[in-house]
Design a protein around this ligand. Structure first.
Ligand SMILES: [Fe+2]
Length: 135
């Protein structure tokens, strides 16, 4: 019984690791590992006409990162949230917006950080968008 449990746990860990490796590899080569779920400038899917108003615009100035979504804000249609995530999955920060906010957020990177960062923006009508930037 113990051997069977160990086998199942080991198999689950191996499958998870394989899935993560596969997703990262796919993301790196195609710009998005989840077409139809995560949209980007290079992979806008069904929202091809919405890139300019939905793909997060990332501006880096030293250790400060500004994320902006150039999207109009109204009660019926607005940017709900931004996040900034490091390549290892560490969430640097997030900001939730109301329809009366301007969809701009600013984050501070860990001291000396270099590598990729992922800025996300979620529109209540046009889904989840990601912009990848190398620091
Ligand atoms: Fe939208």
């Amino acid at each position: 019984m113990t051997d069977r449990r160990l086998f199942l746990k080991t198999s689950a860990v191996a499958v998870s690791a394989l899935a993560l490796t596969s997703a990262r590899s796919s993301f790196a080569s195609k710009g998005c590992a989840f077409p139809g779920v995560i949209y980007s400038k290079d992979n806008p899917g069904r929202w091809a006409k919405k890139v300019g108003s939905h793909a997060p615009v990332v501006t880096v100035n030293g250790d400060k990162v500004q994320v902006e979504t150039k999207h109009p804000m109204s009660d019926a249609h607005f940017i709900v949230r931004h996040t900034l995530v490091l390549a290892d999955g560490t969430v640097v920060g997030d900001k939730t917006f109301t329809p009366r906010d301007k969809p701009v957020s600013t984050y501070t990177l860990p001291k000396g950080y270099t590598g990729e960062v992922y800025a996300t923006s979620f529109c209540n009508r046009h889904d989840f968008w990601l912009t990848r930037t190398t620091i």
